[in-house]
Design a protein around this ligand. Structure first.
Ligand SMILES: [Zn+2]
Length: 593
């Protein structure tokens, strides 16, 4: 083939094929100009293409196309594979539209051929004109993301997405190569054909660069989408979704639905994302009659799988679902099971499916994620005490000590690699007149002294309140392996915020768990602020060494606007849980300590 003349347009067509030189690749060849040109260009560059033709059986003369492509491949000395599938019948049987069915069947066929021939890539001949049509169509349909046809997805590569269509025909003319015209491509009743034949030429008469412009929109939109999609991926379980921008929430919902293999319409994603952002409840029935719910700031993909007990049941314990009168003894006091399920934001229709272990109406264990244990139930079941619960208890004791001293009640401990406490700290900002004296910093410093190394790899920082950016930065500097916090801090918490998103750039991302004994931590904060409203309360009177006039937001006692609204200090089931989306944190927490 090297003796063939290389016509001028090949200057654009051949360079994108360089990665495939010497490689076996599958090319979908319909017989149209684009795919015929791609096949010939691949042969010219020295790739090893396999021509694959799918007869969609949509036109009476479609068998003629198959024979034509077979002869073309034979003439080029290229392996040829074909299949005939009644796409219309598949569409009817599976409930897909025709275009969708054709696309799915085609890619299934191409993948099969690729496996047979051990080809690394499947190439399609989409050009810049296809890209322009796709973007325009998306724009007219009101799609949120105009990213067009992706240059690659899985094994599929589309090397000519930036190549002007005119070059393709010029290339074929130069080779003296003909091709088959699909008559449906000339039928303006088809929206795509109408865009190609009527709309784009009209636009091009006023905007000669319209094809390139629309392709540019696709490229930029894809770049934006990748960033926003990445942010959505990082919405880990400790993030408050209500604080996220709608663009991120939409992608978060779409990713969750896609991961669960659930089909959806764009409007349904919008509704679910809006409910997440507004903290409202929304029920949506997806195609296929699958119900999903947003409630309590969380997306529930029914049917929910609730954890079953994974330990032998002690004598007298029975496994069942909830019953009237069920109660549960928690660190904060005895509560009704129904209130525990409500507080955990379990959707109403799911509550009768949550497994419960009980002795009579005394509930011992609730199969939430993670499970909630009654006080003493772990011991009764012979289960090891949760070391994080114990460590948080220690941190809470330090927080109470801080409250006694008139400080914002935050406590922290650092667990060493072996699980022992190697550092302890509480907030001492007021004592020192220094707003950087946070519990976490004190605990981290002590841990470094105890272990004799500044690097706390393998250590866990346990703190009662979600760390601020300063303390998260310190934990990252010290290479802390895991951060566990109690109450979320929607105002000043760094996790789930910008610093969390940037944490990956440190080359070290600690594992984060939020909501451990959150109710106790939040209650302690609420009580402290309530006491701060009563200046004569001796425990909270300002110490004499206050800084003269610090900025208002950092001045203890905290301004009225930062004090949580008074709420009944009800014990929360999250005292014994660490579900981050159901923390019992107050609506307002201090911006500074
Ligand atoms: Zn801090």
């Amino acid at each position: 083939m090297s003796d063939l003349p290389v016509p001028g347009p090949a200057a654009h067509l051949l360079p994108p094929l360089a990665p495939f030189v010497g490689r076996v690749v599958v090319v979908g060849v319909s017989g149209g100009a684009d795919s015929v040109a791609l096949l010939r260009a691949l042969v010219l560059t020295g790739a090893r293409p396999v021509a694959a033709h799918l007869d969609h059986a949509l036109r009476p003369d479609s068998a003629g196309d198959a024979a034509w492509v077979r002869d073309l491949a034979a003439g080029l000395g290229v392996p040829f594979e074909m299949a005939r599938v009644d796409v219309a019948a598949v569409a009817t049987r599976r409930g897909w539209n025709l275009e969708d069915a054709a696309r799915r069947v085609r890619y299934e066929f191409l993948s099969r051929v690729a496996r047979q021939h051990r080809a690394e890539s499947i190439l399609t001949a989409h050009t810049r004109r296809d890209q322009a049509e796709t973007v325009l169509l998306g724009l007219l349909r009101g799609e949120a993301v105009l990213s067009g046809i992706p240059p690659e997805r899985g094994r599929v590569r589309r090397p000519w997405l930036d190549v002007p269509r005119a070059d393709v025909e010029a290339f074929l003319h130069g080779l003296g190569q003909d091709w088959r015209e699909d008559p449906t491509n000339a039928d303006p009743a088809q929206t795509r054909a109408w865009l190609r034949l009527d709309v784009l030429p009209l636009l091009a008469s006023r905007f000669p660069g319209v094809e390139a412009a629309l392709a540019r929109v696709a490229r930029l939109s894809r770049e934006d989408d990748a960033v926003l999609g990445d942010l959505a991926t990082r919405l880990t379980t400790h993030v408050s979704l209500a604080s996220q921008p709608p663009a991120v929430l939409r992608r978060h919902v779409a990713q969750a639905l896609a991961a669960a293999g659930l089909p959806y319409h764009a409007g349904q994603v919008d509704r679910l994302a809006a409910a997440l952002g507004a903290g409202e409840t929304a029920h949506v029935t997806l195609p296929g009659a699958r119900n999903v719910t947003v409630t309590g700031g969380r997306l529930w993909l029914a049917p929910q799988v609730w954890p079953a007990p994974d330990f032998p049941l002690p004598a007298g314990w029975t496994l069942r679902t909830r019953q009237p009168g069920d109660r549960l003894r928690l660190p904060g006091g005895t509560r009704k099971l129904s209130d525990v399920l409500t507080d955990a934001k379990v959707p109403r229709e799911e509550r009768d499916r949550v497994p419960v272990l009980a002795v009579g109406t005394d509930v011992q264990w609730v199969g939430l994620t993670p499970p909630v244990w009654a006080v003493g139930a772990r011991e009764a079941a012979g289960q090891p005490a949760d070391p994080l619960q114990a460590a948080m208890g220690e941190a809470l004791a330090l927080a109470r000590e801080a409250a006694q001293a008139g400080e914002v009640p935050v406590g922290a401990v650092v667990l060493g690699p072996g699980g022992a406490t190697v550092g302890r700290g509480r907030n001492t900002s007021r004592e020192h007149g220094d707003m950087t004296r946070h519990a976490e910093l004190a605990a981290l410093r002590e841990a470094a002294r105890t272990l004799g190394t500044p690097y706390l790899t393998g250590c866990t920082l346990v703190v009662t309140l979600e760390p601020c950016p300063m303390c998260l930065g310190a934990a990252l500097e010290a290479r802390v392996g895991r951060i566990v916090y109690g109450a979320a801090n929607p105002k000043a918490g760094a996790l789930g915020g910008v610093s969390d998103l940037l944490a990956a750039h440190w080359g070290h991302t600690p594992q984060v768990t939020g909501g451990v004994r959150a109710g106790e931590a939040a209650r302690l904060l609420r009580e402290t602020f309530r006491a701060l409203r009563q200046p004569r309360e001796p425990a909270y009177s300002p110490p004499p060494q206050l800084p003269p006039s610090p900025p208002p937001q950092s001045q203890p006692p905290l301004p009225e606007s930062l004090i949580p609204a008074s709420q009944p200090p009800a014990p929360s089931p999250q005292d014994a849980s660490n579900d981050p989306h159901t923390t019992g944190s107050p609506p307002d927490l201090p911006r500074c300590r």
